[in-house]
Design a binder for this molecule. Structure first.
Ligand code: DX5
Ligand code: ZN
Length: 209
């Protein structure tokens, strides 16, 4: 089963609310981008200022220097935390801390981080997030060479949740899924479209979801 998840990268509460309202019936899960202006050269709306997410399942993509502090700050055990290995000195420690709170953990890798870095953890985590752009901004170009990484991870873990993020849209959904991606996180191709709900449905169809 493939899923297409809207990625919410915003700087204000109003924008957050209007994006959610524009896709509400077409999505069950939200990918919420959080940046601190340090781990990446951009900052987003911070967790304390975010409106409630209601019935949506939520995945917090933490592009911050101290992801575990953000996990504590958010404090939701019904969430999935997507943590960059580049921001961790103790990957096993992070996995057990999040497990202990009863939440889910996905390890994220930026384009320069090889798949090997997360291979030892595949059995201990709920999924991986392979970045197809350098984290920081929406609207960047899909780096198709990252499909090789997805392929390698899929080979090692046939059933794992493999998410991809960055530059995903109609033009590459099929090849991403062919490489082994099971979740496509998408911002521009949904929110820059005239009809975001129709855009989600089209990408899903293209992805074979
Ligand atoms: C990039 C973010 C992505 C981004 C996706 O740093 O993590 O989730 O919002 O945006 P698009 O789909 O426009 O590349
Ligand atoms: Zn993201």
């Amino acid at each position: 089963m493939v899923d297409v998840i809207p990625a919410i990268l915003v700087k204000s509460r109003e924008e957050f609310e209007s994006r959610i309202a524009s896709i509400r019936p077409a999505a069950k899960t939200l990918h919420i981008d959080i940046m601190d202006g340090k781990f990446v050269p951009n900052a987003t709306l911070q967790p304390k200022d975010m409106p409630p997410t209601g019935k949506f399942a939520v995945e917090y993509h933490l592009m911050v220097q101290n992801p575990l502090e953000y996990v504590k700050m958010i404090g939701r055990k019904d969430a999935t935390y997507e943590i960059h290995v580049e921001a961790l000195s103790d990957i096993d420690g992070a996995i057990s801390q999040i497990r202990k709170m009863g939440a889910k953990i996905i390890l994220a890798i930026s384009p320069d981080t090889p798949a090997e870095k997360i291979m030892p953890y595949l059995k201990k985590i709920d999924g991986v997030l392979v970045m197809f752009v350098y984290p920081g901004f929406s609207g960047q170009k899909y780096i198709s060479a990252m499909e090789e990484k997805v392929r390698a991870i899929r080979k090692a873990a046939p059933k794992l949740r493999i998410e991809i993020d960055g530059g995903v849209g109609l033009q590459n959904a099929k090849s991403a899924v062919g490489a082994g991606a099971s979740v496509l996180n998408v911002a521009s191709a949904i929110f820059a479209a005239k009809n975001p709900i129709a855009a989600i449905e089209e990408i899903k169809k293209e992805a074979g979801a």
